[in-house]
Design a protein around this ligand. Structure first.
Ligand SMILES: [Zn+2]
Ligand SMILES: [Zn+2]
Length: 876
């Protein structure tokens, strides 16, 4: 290492230097190596439109950390990156760009639009990768994949064709979710539910036909009345017994419709009579199927009224039609009443437009045969979730799974490998077919639709390894060992990967799924643009460096609880970097020239020559390693970072380094071992600062990331040293507390006197007097024996059966007593005043709650202050 270590810690130069060095050296590149156990994490492919957000901080940082750590543990560890073409998301972004040029995608047409999408990807697709580099993420960039690259596309087409041949992909007229803005279908998982939408519930009279009684139906969507094909009641509902099997008059586009009985009707909802509109509602669709009812459609793909509606409604928007329908019903005397009502509304996950259920001829995957093995995998423990509670969500979804609508009217994506002849026969083929499979006609048209973007990502774990080719990567790295992702995509992505993996590879794509926590703001609210409380991880990197950003994020991730994110933790982490920097550069390398000059680690002296402090710090190191290994095993990143932090701060810097200032002969090799191990333990979380410092210490190997992960044997367990040091530190803390009273400066060394000490303890204090002198600033510990006089003026404190006395001059004691008495008096009167105030009803009831709370807090503060002052007064 020729570059000198900078005096001050500054993350910018070291982070850019090391990232470039590692990438140029291929430090992240891995070849399959069957001699080592594999550790493979497929990266959830970020969208090409994506930018790094806090979710990447909490989800991708652990992937990087675990990959680095497993590599150090001797695994064939690889993090496989890639990007998603993100059909709808990209199309939305491009359409906005086109709108600024006064164009729509229809002005371009599909071919030009696709070309433009590729150009957009070339230009902006790499931005999120640059941000990942700035965050220190080290996936194997040479293995970067894209869901629309040639290999992935071939895999997608093969899967479609195979599933079609197996009868698991079919074309059908079904009720689908339609986004009028995106002009495309959406799968059920792409529809977000807004459960708190204020709406109206309309009570509409349907008149009885041929002497049947009238019935009042409640609905939130009167504009769909035109498409009503029945009224349904619960079979056991006494109120409507006479009505079952009769007919009532549809009040808009008047026509008689039957009253049917179905147990899916909720008797408690509205009037208990439901209008049945199979063409515009999923539940009605299912009821309609059971009763063989026709399906009418009165809203078009442009969300405007069409079909069998009264003439004045034709061509008007669905929401304007609602207003008009209510008006007409009122005029006809058929609107009984209107009530405010809260509804759940389906909205498009990409553009927030209200989704319209519409009848349409689309392509579907039959899910039940694929879901059964995926369900078994979890029930039989071959697929595990951390935290375990997500297993329930996963299984519940699979149990009630419905067929997956996979055709999209989006232009950016994989075209369906489907062709039609003039007679409408379907030919499915991986390559352009020469003619119709059914009639041989030569003039074929390819289906213009593309596949759901999640269809390709469902194949991710095996398609990125070259499937269907039998590659070495596929043999070595499928299945992966771990998937780390966010809870929002358990259904959209995780479950579908399991289904596809089991179907095409015969094995789950990973045995374990770690669901990372949500990053909330400090008040526990979701981060959102509208609240203005979002954090940009790139701002954190700019302000604190990537190491501190990573540490700040993961140190708050405790056992997958949602994180109330505090920026101050990044600031703490930066100070922590500085602390380690000073320990290595400011102390170790300066105090011990042999550390600065040696090339290989200094050999440890035989244990018999170690001092108590040496034995103790090596024991603390061994314990820290055990603690970290246990934390890693349960993905507790908070515990891991806390373990390194407290070891460094409390044990290494506060105690051992203070003692090592004696430059004893064992100090340099022990420091070498302890510092190097500490940097290794920190490296996966803080890759840059650990590499920079490790390079300046004597070490083995080229790069810290390729060095061996420490084991407990890197330190040395030593219960005896641990116990002895604990006793010494108790004594040191007692003396420090005493010295804090007159605020003695560090250079003021002062002997102390002890009374009633156990002989064993006295002997220990005597033997380790250099430690006592350094840490307690006490050159001598006098033991009072029977008959010895106590010091005339001394502060005293008890430690177990022993009394520790710090001699001070008489004048100090007097001054201090007087000051403390004044303080005690002042505090007592403030307490009395506060107690009076808080006992007054007028104050407690009338003052704002925040003010009352503040006064209560102050009272608590005063009470503990009083206890402290009284204790100090008594010790004088
Ligand atoms: Zn949309
Ligand atoms: Zn044909």
């Amino acid at each position: 290492m020729t570059r000198p270590l900078a005096d001050k810690y500054d993350p910018k130069p070291i982070e850019s230097f090391w990232y470039q060095t590692w990438e140029a050296e291929g430090a992240f590149h891995v070849e399959p190596d069957p001699s080592k156990p594999p550790f493979v994490i497929p990266m959830p492919p970020p969208n090409i439109t994506g930018r790094a957000h806090m979710g990447h901080g909490s989800t991708y940082t652990p992937m990087d950390i675990l990959t680095r750590q497993h590599r150090m543990r001797g695994f064939n560890a690889v993090w496989l990156p890639g990007q998603d073409h993100a059909a709808i998301a990209t199309q939305n972004v491009l359409e906005k760009e086109l709108a600024r040029e006064g164009l729509t995608r229809h002005d371009l047409g599909p071919e030009k639009f696709r070309k433009r999408s590729w150009e957009w990807r070339e230009q902006y697709g790499h931005i999120i990768y640059e941000q990942f580099r700035a965050l220190g993420f080290g996936p194997d960039w040479q293995r970067d994949r894209f869901t629309m690259d040639a290999g992935m596309s071939a895999a997608v087409i093969k899967v479609f064709v195979d599933l079609y041949r197996e009868g698991l992909i079919y074309r059908g007229l079904r009720l689908i979710n339609w986004c009028p803005h995106c002009e495309s279908t959406l799968s059920d998982s792409e529809v977000e539910r807004d459960d708190e939408v204020d709406a109206q519930l309309y009570f509409v009279r349907y008149q009885g036909v041929d002497g049947a009684p009238d019935v009042v139906v409640s609905t939130t969507r009167p504009e769909t009345i035109f498409a009503d094909v029945a009224v349904a009641v619960h079979p056991d509902d006494e109120r409507y017994r006479a009505l079952q099997g009769k007919q009532v008059m549809r009040p808009l586009s008047r026509a008689p419709i039957p009253v049917i009985a179905d147990s899916a009707v909720e008797r408690e909802f509205g009037t208990g009579a439901l209008k049945i509109t199979p063409g515009h509602d999923q539940i009605d669709y299912e009821i309609g199927e059971r009763h063989d009812l026709p399906k009418l459609s009165v809203i078009g793909f442009d969300a405007k009224m069409t079909g069998e509606v009264e003439a004045e409604f034709a061509g008007i928007d669905r929401f304007a039609a609602r207003t008009l329908a209510v008006q007409r019903l009122q005029e006809r005397g058929l609107l009984e009443k209107t009530e405010p009502h809260r509804i759940a509304q389906g909205i498009c996950y990409r553009c927030d437009t209200i989704v319209e259920p519409l009848l349409s001829l689309q392509w579907f995957v039959e899910m039940a045969p694929l879901a059964a093995p995926a369900l078994a995998a979890s029930r039989e423990g071959r697929l595990r979730f951390t935290p375990a509670r997500y297993r329930r969500d996963y299984e519940a979804w699979l149990e009630k799974i419905r067929d997956w609508c996979i055709s999209r009217q989006i232009w950016w994506g994989h075209r369906l490998p489907v062709w039609y002849c003039a007679d409408g026969h379907v030919t499915v083929s991986a390559a352009t077919p020469p003619g119709c499979e059914t009639c041989g006609a030569g003039q074929l048209t390819q289906d213009p639709d593309t596949l759901d973007t999640w269809f390709s990502s469902a194949l991710w774990p095996f398609a990125i390894l070259g499937w269907p080719q039998r590659t070495a990567e596929l043999a070595a790295w499928y299945p992966a060992q771990l998937l780390i992702t966010a809870r929002e995509i358990i259904f959209l992505w995780v479950a579908r990967m399991v289904m596809m993996g089991l179907h095409f590879m015969g094995k789950e794509p990973y045995p374990e799924v770690l669901i990372t926590p949500l990053i909330l703001d400090e008040m526990g609210r979701k981060m959102s643009k509208s609240l203005g409380n979002s954090l940009d991880p790139m701002d954190l990197v700019r302000d604190f460096g990537a190491d501190a950003t990573r540490f700040g994020i993961v140190s708050q991730m405790h056992e997958a609880q949602d994180v109330r994110f505090s920026i101050s933790r990044c600031d703490d982490a930066r100070k922590f970097c500085n602390k380690i920097w000073q320990a290595v550069g400011g102390f170790a390398l300066r105090a011990f020239p042999e550390l600065a000059s040696a090339r290989t680690p200094l050999p440890l002296p035989p244990v018999e020559r170690w001092t108590l402090a040496d034995r103790w710090i090596m024991d603390a190191l061994a314990q820290t390693i055990v603690r970290i290994d246990a934390a890693v095993a349960r993905y507790d990143f908070s515990e891991w970072s806390q373990a390194v932090y407290t070891f460094t701060w409390n044990q290494l810097c506060d105690i051992y380094i203070e003692l090592a200032k004696d430059k004893g002969p064992t100090r340099a090799p022990i420091l070498n071992r302890v510092l190097a191990s500490l940097l290794q333990l920190l490296h996966p979380i803080m890759p840059f600062v650990s590499e920079e410092l490790w390079q300046h210490l004597p070490h083995e190997g080229e790069r810290i990331g390729a060095s061996r992960w420490p084991t407990a044997e890197s330190g040395r367990m030593d219960e005896e040293a641990r116990a002895a040091m604990a006793q010494i530190m108790e004594f040191v803390e007692t003396v420090r507390a005493l010295r804090a009273v007159p605020k003695l400066p560090r250079h003021d060394k002062r002997p102390v006197t002890v009374a009633g000490a156990e002989p064993a303890l006295l002997e220990l204090l005597e033997r380790e007097r250099t430690i006592i002198e350094e840490l307690a600033r006490t050159p001598q510990v006098h033991a009072l024996r029977n008959g010895d006089g106590r010091p005339a003026h001394a502060l005293s404190r008890r430690l177990g059966s022993m009394e520790v006395l710090l001699p001070v001059d008489a004048a100090f004691i007097e001054r201090e007593r007087a000051a403390l008495r004044t303080e005690v008096e002042k505090t007592r009167s403030e307490i009395a005043a506060l107690e009076r105030k808080l006992a007054s009803k007028g104050f407690v009831e009338k003052a704002p709650a925040a003010v009352v709370d503040k006064e209560r807090a102050r009272l608590e503060e005063c009470r503990s202050l009083l206890t402290l002052s009284t204790e100090r007064l008594n010790s004088l």
